[in-house]
Design a protein around this ligand. Structure first.
Ligand code: A2P
Length: 333
């Protein structure tokens, strides 16, 4: 029988934290005690786990005593503050923020791609950015087939990645627009998100590249162990509640026929191919929301580059893009 573990979830009241708890239950992760943690604002709130109400605690020095695994999803600064406290208490931290991802001592893991890296951890394992996860799940099997040379990605990212506040903002702004009222910007995004597109996620460097775009470059290289891989793209926030879409163009060393790419992807771990465009079959956010797979469709020859495939990749950013990937890492442990 699996060893029972004491599991802390820091950020238990957030969108990803709640999804983590749901997935731990759905996958029947062997838990002897679940410890939901959040800020002092949430202390005393109740969460439901396996039919039982569990009280959320404010995170403290004592929170991680005799904890085996601590799943963090409470932002970068909270992670920086508490990860070593948890590790010093004997826990392995699986962190969803960007705080540790590029630290050379911290493995950055997508189980379908580099599960072996988990073994190299020194107490902290990082969960990649949502857009990177779904891209590499689709790219890795194709890389093994034909050798990746260059990848260009345009993302269509739902607001759930920003947190609970962003879900409320999209609802409010949509109601305002439909009711022909003024939209009041509450500061979550630089501009209105309802009925709009924001080519702006994170902050921009002097070259005009956003940190979300750099995450895709650096994290894909690290996960796939391809430090020289050429990666470019744009990350865009779209007025969708949940589930990201990505337009991915990948150029390979060797020729890769679209049909071969479809065949490879249709047996790849974590991937579901939905590709019959003549019958309007392709993945959409409404296909992926609430589901576990990375859905791939519109697999076709790129019309501008040699040895290149273009495809459309869809996945639930709260599940495979965050909570599910973290729980899969916990399962590897
Ligand atoms: P809280 O609800 O108490 O603020 P989201 O990204 O969906 O908004 O969720 C963020 C999560 O991170 C929430 O559970 C939030 O708790 C938690 N969190 C934010 N700041 C802190 C902090 N300083 N200490 C502990 N938990 C925090």
């Amino acid at each position: 029988m699996d060893k029972m573990r004491r599991v802390a979830v820091l950020g238990a009241t957030g969108l990803v934290g709640r999804e983590i708890i749901r997935i731990l239950e759905q996958r029947n992760y062997p838990i002897s005690k679940l410890i939901p943690l959040a800020s002092p604002r949430s202390a005393g709130k109740k969460i439901l786990f396996k039919g039982e109400e569990i009280t959320v605690e404010s995170v403290s020095e004592e929170s991680f005593k005799s904890t085996d695994i601590a799943l963090f999803s409470a932002g970068g600064s909270t992670s920086k503050k508490w990860a070593h406290v948890a590790v010093d208490s004997g826990a392995v931290v699986i962190d969803n923020s960007s705080a540790w991802r590029m630290d050379p001592n911290v493995p950055l893991v997508v189980p379908e791609v580099n599960s072996m890296d988990v073994a190299k951890h020194n107490g902290i394992i990082a969960n990649p950015n949502c857009s990177t996860i779904q891209a590499v799940v689709a790219l890795w099997p194709l890389h093994k087939e034909a050798g990746l040379k260059y990848v260009n990605i345009s993302t269509y990212q739902s607001v759930a990645g920003t947190g609970i506040k962003a879900i409320e903002i999209l609802k409010k702004e949509s109601e305002a627009v439909l009711g022909e009222k003024d939209v009041i910007n509450e500061g979550v995004y630089p501009h209105q998100i309802a009925f709009n597109l924001l080519p702006h996620i994170g902050t921009f460097d002097d070259d005009g590249i956003s940190d979300e775009e750099w995450k895709m470059v650096n994290e894909s290289r690290k996960i796939m162990h391809l430090p020289e891989l050429r990666v470019s793209g744009i990350t865009v926030r779209v007025p969708i509640f949940r589930c990201h879409g990505e337009s991915v163009t990948a150029q390979f060393e060797k020729e890769l026929a679209p049909q071969r790419a479809k065949d490879v992807l249709s047996i790849a771990a974590g991937v579901v191919v939905l590709d019959d465009c003549k019958n309007a079959l392709y993945p959409m956010p409404i296909t992926g929301a609430g589901e576990d797979a990375v859905y791939v469709g519109r697999i076709r020859k790129d019309t501008g580059l040699d040895n290149a495939i273009s495809m459309w990749v869809v996945s639930d950013n709260l599940r495979k893009g965050a909570a599910l990937n973290a729980v899969q890492i916990a399962e590897l442990l």
